[in-house]
Design a protein around this ligand. Structure first.
Ligand SMILES: *Cc1c(COP(=O)(O)O)cnc(C)c1O
Length: 847
């Protein structure tokens, strides 16, 4: 505003006739952003506005003239459609989830079973821009799938005034960041009210100063999401701005954000009297909440620090997403001390002793993932490969555990089918698969009929999406600076639906090697400009505002297209978001992914593309090794195990050109007279089947439910019953273990295998062990054989307790040597688990 006139602003909602109220109800639930029928209904109100307002139903209702609403309420066709969609919505909300018990019975969830889920970002829909990339989209899909399956989950996060940022590319091809304030009144979120009808205000303390927090509530189907916001007049400016931007570079500010996320969420849980029993920390950003949980458990129940820690551990799920040490959130320990010392010492532990939980032998910063691992029984990486890398990375936390048994398991990511599958494909699937795949996506049998779909139908649906993608790209380009001077005619020649189209879109983090394709520009140019069988590319993605390298990569892509005159075949689409992602994964022929292995923890965009029939062309990193075979995509493997970065990049770039030229292009253009390549469509179908059945979010949620959520809830029930009886008992056992641990030792181990002996498979192994157990009761410890058959396969065989004489306990074992090759055994003493608690810190190996 130029002058100083102030207005008293207010918001006017449309006057909606009673019979249209279902529209408002649906528009206020994010369900309406992913359900295809709801999408069609809101699109019908005003297609132009719907597109203009990021497919946000609520905003369309606010913007459309009242006369149009009146007209619709008189239109029986519309009213019928609305009624049907609304019924579907209600059925969705009423759906009660189930789980399969150990004895195979279908059971309802216990009403007390409540999971609290924490994430720094949520990518639910383009109209709610509080996400930056893959982590956020994953959290968003997690909530949607939990909702589909009726899993009782409630989510907590932050509401960012400016979101991440809007990306503009200037005339020089450089990324510029625009920060546009979000207009919350037109978003499907509502301020949470206190009992007195006023806005609920939470407070937390930062270095003795009060921070006020307001809370916004959104609904992802049945799942409530609470988003915290410090942009309040009551706060001084330095607190007001805490929730301005996602992933600020300033370390202090970042820490304050994470303290607000943790302590604010915990304050909210108290304020609304919500009683979660399982806490899921999605990535380490929210790990400070462990401190508040300790404090609450200790103070509310008069328990000790160790008891509280054991309870937290038994009920906490931590998902790590970062296979590189530098990617894990960490802060200068002194900075953490400045803000959190008081909170920590109130738990009955010194700050220094507590910070050891967040440190590693070679890194004395305060590392949130390390803290989370030490306070969570249920830890997972997001693909098999990533879990393996994570186990190596964090092994020093329990250095006596064999690396492969370090408790970080794998739950490979997936994507929410309904959010990412194109309407064209969905229509075909409905017809040939039945609608099971929408609600039982995790069942392999839901996907089997893919192969019965006629090639021409799949191909036609795909071509339609491809054409829509291309129109979308042209529309978008018209608004970008670089193309602005160009004639409409020129823009209308960008991309050709009959030519092979390759997509590459993700954050421009260095490890993703966004410009690997430019490694040999002449070769690339040759592929692009082939007269008969050209290749086309679409690139999209943001670089973090502080990442100059990432911005240079973007510029190099844009410069290349301009310098070679290939702007019509090598396109960079600015401001990557969920909307662009959806268009891309539904419309391209090939999805390219070339990270530096093993730095991509999972990757999910390739799953979105794969289930739409795009064929993945990827380095076998993250999820891809679990899916790829030579029938559903291509792998880029020539750089494997090459340490020299330049050599590796050269080899992999050359392999990309080679596969493109000699395999992919040939297969794609091997078309019959209808323009269809039979073998190509075969690959599309394999891709849809393998990705759809293996990497959908329902499978992921079932895994979390069965492996983590339900056992965590059981632990909670066990440890809290009878005023924490079992928790206290666990503590007594732990004290005993501590008391005796240094006094027990191996006296003697005899085996009938000596070092480097050559034996035959089937050999009878005999082991006898004598343990000096001092005065320890023999039920406290197990003596076991660790039998290594090869690097990835081992067995733990408990030895049989024979007798105890004086202070010596005698154990024995007979077993059979199986398999062949180099093997090994060791003998070790471990405390027996109590109430599912494993004492990972305590292990004594014999050899
Ligand atoms: C799916 C998605 C991502 C994740 O992409 P990766 O392949 O995992 O890097 C990032 N951003 C958006 C907008 C997405 O939809």
């Amino acid at each position: 505003m130029k002058n100083n006139i102030n207005f008293r602003n207010f918001y006017v909602n449309p006057r909606v006739a009673d019979e249209l109220l279902p529209l408002i109800k649906m528009a206020r639930n994010l369900w309406s952003t992913w359900d295809p029928d709801a999408f069609r209904l809101f699109n019908r109100i005003d297609p132009i506005l719907f597109r203009k307002f990021d497919h946000n139903p609520l905003k369309v209702l606010q913007a459309v003239p009242c006369s149009r609403l009146d007209e619709l309420s008189q239109n029986s066709g519309f009213m019928n459609e609305m009624k049907n969609v609304y019924e579907k919505f209600q059925t969705f909300l009423e759906y009660e989830g189930f789980y399969i018990s150990k004895d195979g019975k279908k059971c309802k969830f216990d009403p007390e079973f409540k999971i609290a889920y924490f994430s720094m970002e949520y990518g639910i829909h383009e109209s709610l821009p509080v996400y930056s990339g893959g982590l956020g989209v994953l959290s968003g899909d997690h909530l949607k799938a939990a909702s589909d399956l009726g899993i009782p989950l409630t989510a907590f996060g932050l509401l960012y005034r400016y979101g991440y940022f809007n990306q503009r590319i200037d005339l020089d091809g450089r990324q510029q960041e625009e920060y546009i304030e979000n207009a919350w009144h037109s978003k499907p979120i509502q301020k949470l009210k206190a009992a007195d009808g006023k806005d609920l205000l939470l407070t937390i303390e930062l270095k003795g100063e009060i921070v006020y927090i307001k809370v916004w509530n959104a609904f992802v189907g049945k799942v409530p999401v609470y988003l915290l916001d410090t942009n309040l007049e009551q706060n001084p400016p330095h607190f007001r701005s805490i929730t301005d931007h996602l992933y600020v570079a300033d370390r202090t500010m970042r820490m304050l954000q994470e303290i607000v996320l943790a302590f604010g969420s915990m304050a909210l849980i108290k304020a609304i009297d919500f009683k979660p029993n399982v806490f899921h920390l999605n990535e380490g950003h929210s790990a400070f909440l462990i401190i508040k949980r300790l404090q609450n458990i200790i103070q509310d129940n008069n328990l000790s620090f160790e008891e509280a820690r054991n309870l937290i551990k038994a009920t906490t799920v931590f998902t790590t997403h970062t296979p590189v040490p530098a990617g894990n959130e960490e802060f200068d320990t002194q900075l953490v001390k400045l803000y959190l010392e008081k909170e920590i010492t109130s738990c009955g532990i010194s700050f220094e002793r507590f910070s050891e939980f967040a440190q590693m032998p070679e890194n004395k910063n305060f590392i949130l993932s390390a803290l989370a691992i030490r306070f969570a029984k249920y830890v997972n990486g997001v693909s098999k490969l990533h879990s393996k890398v994570s186990r190596e990375m964090w092994n020093a936390i329990y250095p006596n555990l064999y690396e492969e048994e370090f408790p970080i398991s794998a739950i490979t990511n997936g994507v929410h089918v309904q959010s990412w599958l194109s309407r064209q494909m969905a229509r075909i699937f409905d017809r040939y698969l039945g609608t099971d795949y929408q609600h039982l996506a995790e069942k392999e049998s839901s996907w089997q009929n893919i192969h019965t779909i006629p090639n021409s139908e799949i191909w036609r649906a795909h071509q339609q999406r491809k054409e829509q993608l291309i129109s979308f790209v042209r529309r978008r380009l018209q608004n970008t600076l670089i193309y602005r001077g160009a004639s409409a005619k020129k823009v209308s020649t960008v991309l050709n639906p009959n030519h092979l189209l390759i997509g590459f879109a993700r954050r421009f983090a260095s490890y993703k090697r966004g410009a690997l394709i430019l490694h040999n520009k002449e070769k690339l140019l040759q592929l692009l400009s082939d007269a008969k069988r050209p290749v086309q590319f679409i690139y999209a993605g943001k670089a973090h505002p502080a990442d100059e390298n990432g911005k240079a990569v973007i510029k190099s892509l844009i410069d290349f297209a301009r310098e070679t005159g290939m702007e019509h075949r090598f396109v960079f689409l600015e401001n990557y978001d969920i909307n662009i992602a959806r268009h891309l994964v539904q419309g391209v022929d090939v999805w390219l992914n070339n990270p530096i292995k093993p730095k991509e923890a999972s990757g999910t965009s390739g799953m979105k593309a794969g289930m739409n029939g795009a064929v993945n062309f990827s380095v076998p990193d993250g999820w891809w090794p679990e899916c790829c075979n030579d029938k559903n995509g291509w792998s880029i493997t020539s750089g494997e195990n090459i340490a020299d970065a330049h050599v590796r990049d050269t080899l992999e770039a050359n392999e990309i050109y080679d596969l493109l030229e000699n395999v992919i292009v040939k297969l794609y253009y091997d078309q019959d007279k209808n323009g269809l390549s039979k073998d190509w469509v075969e690959m599309m179908k394999n891709s849809i089947h393998d990705v759809g059945s293996g990497f959908n979010m329902h499978r992921v949620l079932r895994d979390y439910l069965n492996k983590f959520y339900l056992p965590g809830y059981q632990n909670f029930a066990d440890l809290t019953e009878n005023n924490f009886d079992n928790l206290k008992q666990l503590q007594q056992v732990q004290d005993k273990i501590k008391q005796y641990w240094n006094k027990i030792s191996f006296k003697k181990v005899d085996t009938n295998i000596y070092r480097n002996q050559h034996i035959e498979s089937g050999y009878d192994l005999n082991v006898k062990a004598e343990i000096d157990i001092d005065g320890a009761p023999d039920y406290l410890f197990d003596v076991e054989i660790f039998y290594m058959q090869n690097k990835n396969s081992w067995k733990i065989i408990p030895m049989t307790f024979l007798k105890k004489e004086n202070k010596t306990a005698y154990y024995e074992l007979t077993s059979t040597i199986e398999g062949t090759g180099k093997q090994g055994i060791n003998v070790r003493i471990r405390p027996k688990p109590v109430f599912q608690h494993e004492f990972e810190e305590y292990i004594k190996w014999y050899y």
